[in-house]
Ligand binder design. Structure first.
Ligand SMILES: [Zn+2]
Length: 275
């Protein structure tokens, strides 16, 4: 599933090919995504001014509004030419003269919505928490929000109303880096621990974006390789293997229906309450 770093890598990959380009035509071969795809004809003749990202949504900004694209479970965008024959699951083309932005999605859990005016007014975006790279995302912010949260800290940081973009892989890794056991109730995690956790989330996502960035050269005509395949993971997918820090056997537990892996030695049950 494309996570925030893959979406950011996609943004950086497609941006130079479409910004300031005028949409000349569209072709919708199959509109049946998670919701029916909204690609209004009124966009033809308009130029894309910017490609932004909010959480895992790509925002293609036109003068009259934004095309909001989500890659779902299996979606991808490729930059091709009109001569490239569509492959299976290539559902939508946005055509900019000799450049085609082609949306492929085998499982069709992705989406394409049109929002006139500010993109953040759209119902998919209006209740989202801050971006992990935003100034307002910090240890004190997390501690303040966690006051009445009895849920596990791992579920807390994976809640998009708290902070966006912390998928399962990155939640596991960031909690290890911060030394917090994923099962600890959010309300019990100390401010010091939340400060470490906020920094770890920024570090792990930033590193993944950087790794994804190294595939950008090959972006045109390919799907690119998700950044996390290249990242050295501490805990995710390593249950039963030795901890990279202390060599204790890593434990696995399902929390909120998601696989969680942690080190009982490096990640304390008290969530740093002793400090
Ligand atoms: Zn350890």
């Amino acid at each position: 599933m494309p996570e925030l770093p893959e979406v950011e890598t996609t943004r950086l990959g497609v941006l130079p090919h479409v910004v300031n380009r005028t949409l000349t035509a569209t072709q919708v071969r199959n509109p049946n995504l998670r919701w029916p795809a909204e690609v209004p004809d009124s966009l033809i003749g308009q130029a894309i001014q910017e490609v932004e990202r909010r959480a895992k949504y790509l925002l293609f900004k036109f003068s009259s509004g934004s095309l909001i694209v989500h890659l779902g479970m299996s979606g991808s965008l490729r930059v091709v030419t009109p001569a490239d024959v569509p492959k299976k699951h290539d559902h939508i083309d946005l055509i900019f003269g000799d450049v085609v932005l082609r949306y492929n999605d085998p499982r069709r859990f992705g989406s394409m919505h049109w929002q006139p005016g500010p993109a953040n007014d759209h119902w998919l975006l209006e209740h989202l928490g801050p971006e992990p790279f935003a100034d307002e995302f910090s240890g004190p912010y997390l501690k303040g929000l966690a006051k009445k949260r009895k849920q596990a800290v791992k579920n807390f940081i994976m809640d998009g109303r708290v902070v966006v973009g912390v998928g399962n892989i990155y939640a596991n890794e960031a909690l290890f880096m911060a030394g917090i056991r994923p099962t600890v109730p959010a309300t019990k995690v100390t401010l010091v621990a939340y400060e470490r956790l906020a920094a770890a989330i920024v570090d792990v996502l930033g590193a993944a974006i950087e790794m994804g960035g190294t595939t950008l050269r090959d972006f045109v005509g390919s799907n690119g390789e998700p950044g996390y395949f290249k990242q050295k993971l501490f805990v995710y997918g390593r249950a039963g293997l030795p901890c990279r820090r202390c060599e204790a056997e890593l434990k696995a537990k399902v929390i909120g229906q998601r696989a969680s892996v942690y080190c009982t030695n490096c990640q304390r049950a008290q969530g740093f309450t002793a400090i």
